[in-house]
Design a protein around this ligand. Structure first.
Ligand code: UAG
Ligand code: ATP
Ligand code: API
Ligand code: MG
Length: 488
């Protein structure tokens, strides 16, 4: 039996009306999911104000209401807990309800604009190879030992995070790697978690619809490191101009990785080919089948984290060389007959797109075309659209602009905004085909022997979201079918 007072530990409470010595059943921040003897936490969101649903939660049987503002009428028998910040309170309550699960394993958070899924998934792979039971909370999926769960957000709400961490405790998981998005930090989804380490990847343009300015976006990311405990490690990319800034006020042990500057974990690229990377990390050579400069950074961060988590040097190098590419991250398929290469990549920011295109250009010979299929998501940062249009047209020989996830926006309007970034001398390179499947088919039809097709933006996603409806859609499957037709 759990009492209301037990879950209020570390919650910044302003006042309480009613009894906290009451047994509670469950917790939720959605009035529609409240049933008898549950605790309802009212949250002011982006679209709605949870305080407007307090009456609904009471009707559904809530025994306690946690809120920032008391309802005009209070009901006898229900306890009202007035707090400073409901989102933070929810996080603390979730930590308490599931008995502080983050402290019972080694939790490492990965933050930054690009590379979070790659690094956390590869660390999950590495520690699994090393024989440990491992957990993962990522954009692609949540993993608890051998069990996998689907997920919609990169960093889930605090209740969901703690629920899965508890499952990990019950399954005997020793290490958990999780992505920490800027939305997650800003909305206190990770508050109260006990991190053993934090990793910073890089910072570039994204989510400026939500954070309003680059400074605000940067400061939110920094907050994650500010809050790490002294016993944790904080690993940063010292080649990134915001790398040092991230660790300015952290209490954690600071460590750096870099390709260009001096660092605790120094990575050098010896060979960089379509078959993989030969790297020197500190004084050891290691081969990886991962491709591109940016993966040399990711591998540097992974090596550093594994080292700081106690993996022996030789084991670390051995497992790094066995890591396999993460789904939809530079995933490539080759049609045997025509020798056409198709690369499916999740690049959905200007920086990621530029990195991927530069990687391909570095390995492509001049007479092979690079045909890029790309679009931008709706209801997300619109300022990145023309920049992605420019990057795609500057760095490809042909471009097909198309839809990503239009969500509630008009796909043709989004494409126009992407096209607006294309410079006049590149206009002859581009065409636009709104239907993404058609765009991929056209790219395949345009390709000649040895050409390279990049399909960017959706990576591992198996749906396309239009007006709130997600229909089956898989870049990898579509391109596979097309390439098989060539082989006939
Ligand atoms: C913009 C944003 O981040 N929104 C998130 C936010 O929702 P919200 O603030 O809009 O919630 P709301 O609809 O206004 O509702 C407010 C409150 O009223 C409650 N409510 C509502 C209706 C009702 O009948 N009863 C009721 O109690 C809701 O449960 C909620 O508690 O809080 C919700 C619960 O945690 C999230 O699911 C939701 O994510 C939406 C779906 C989303 O698309 N978020 C994206 C932008 C996101 O977070 N992405 C990041 C970053 C990606 C990256 O960098 O890679 C991620 O971590 O995935
Ligand atoms: N270290 C890196 N630096 C720059 N670009 C990268 C890096 N790692 C991966 N990328 C590129 O960014 C894309 C997204 O990578 P990944 O999914 O790992 O990032 P993420 O941070 O998890 O993104 P999201 O914010 O959507 O969760 C990749 O498909 C690749 O094109
Ligand atoms: N986590 C990213 C995912 C973008 C993926 C892209 N396919 C899109 O839908 O815009 C975001 O929420 O911005
Ligand atoms: Mg991710």
């Amino acid at each position: 039996m759990i009492l209301l007072k037990d879950i209020l530990y570390r919650v910044a409470i302003e006042s309480v009306i009613g009894d906290t010595n009451v047994a509670i059943q469950n917790i939720d921040f959605d009035s529609r999911k409240i049933s008898l003897n549950d605790v309802f936490v009212a949250i002011r969101g982006e679209a709605n104000d949870g305080h407007e649903f307090i009456a609904k939660a009471e009707e559904n049987g809530a025994i306690a209401i946690v809120c920032e503002e008391l309802p005009a009428k209070q009901i006898n028998g229900i306890t009202y807990v007035l707090v400073e910040n409901s989102k933070e309170a929810l996080a603390m309550i979730a930590n308490n309800f599931y008995q502080q699960p983050s402290g019972k394993l080694k939790l490492v958070g990965v933050t930054g604009t690009n590379g979070k899924t790659t690094i956390s998934s590869l660390l999950h792979q590495l520690f699994t190879l090393a024989g440990y039971k491992v957990g993962l909370i990522s954009t692609i999926k949540i993993v608890v030992g051998e069990e996998e769960f689907s997920t919609r957000l990169t960093t889930p709400d605090s209740l969901t995070i703690n629920k899965y961490l508890k499952k990990m405790n019950d399954a005997g998981v020793e290490f958990c790697f999780m992505e920490v998005s800027s939305h997650g930090i800003a909305q206190h989804r990770t508050a109260g978690l006990e991190f053993k380490g934090g990793i910073f990847t890089n910072l570039s343009h994204d989510h400026l619809d939500y954070h309003k300015s680059f400074q605000e976006y940067r400061d939110v990311k920094k907050k994650f490191f500010d809050e790490l405990p002294k016993s944790a490690f904080a690993i940063t990319n010292s080649d990134d101009k915001n790398g040092a800034f991230m660790l300015q006020n952290t209490k954690a042990t600071k460590k750096t990785y870099a390709l260009k500057t001096n660092a605790d974990y120094r990575v050098q690229i010896i060979e960089n080919e379509l078959s993989g990377l030969l790297l020197k990390i500190n004084n050891n050579e290691v081969w990886s089948t991962l491709i591109g400069n940016f993966n040399a950074y990711n591998l540097g961060a992974i090596y550093a984290a594994a080292d700081l988590l106690g993996l022996k040097e030789l084991e670390n190098l051995k497992y790094i060389s066995q890591l396999k590419a993460v789904s939809g991250r530079f995933q490539y398929l080759i049609s045997a007959k025509e020798n056409i290469t198709a690369i499916v990549d999740y690049a959905h920011t200007p920086d990621a797109l530029q990195n991927v295109l530069e990687t391909i250009n570095a390995i492509r010979t001049k007479n092979e075309e690079l045909i890029t299929v790309v679009g931008c998501g709706g209801d997300r940062d619109a300022t990145k659209r023309p920049i992605m249009g420019k990057v795609a047209s500057d760095l490809s020989t042909k471009v097909i602009f198309t839809s990503d996830n239009p969500r509630t926006e008009d796909p043709d309007r989004i494409i126009e905004e992407v096209e607006a970034g294309v410079e006049a001398h590149n206009w002859s390179k581009i065409i636009s085909i709104t239907n993404r499947k058609q765009a991929i088919k056209s790219a395949c039809a345009m390709a000649n022997t040895k050409d390279i097709i990049l399909i960017a933006g959706k990576g591992h996603e198996t749906y396309q979201e239009v007006n709130g409806v997600r229909s089956d859609f898989d870049d990898i499957k579509i391109v596979q079918e097309m390439l098989e037709q060539f082989n006939k």
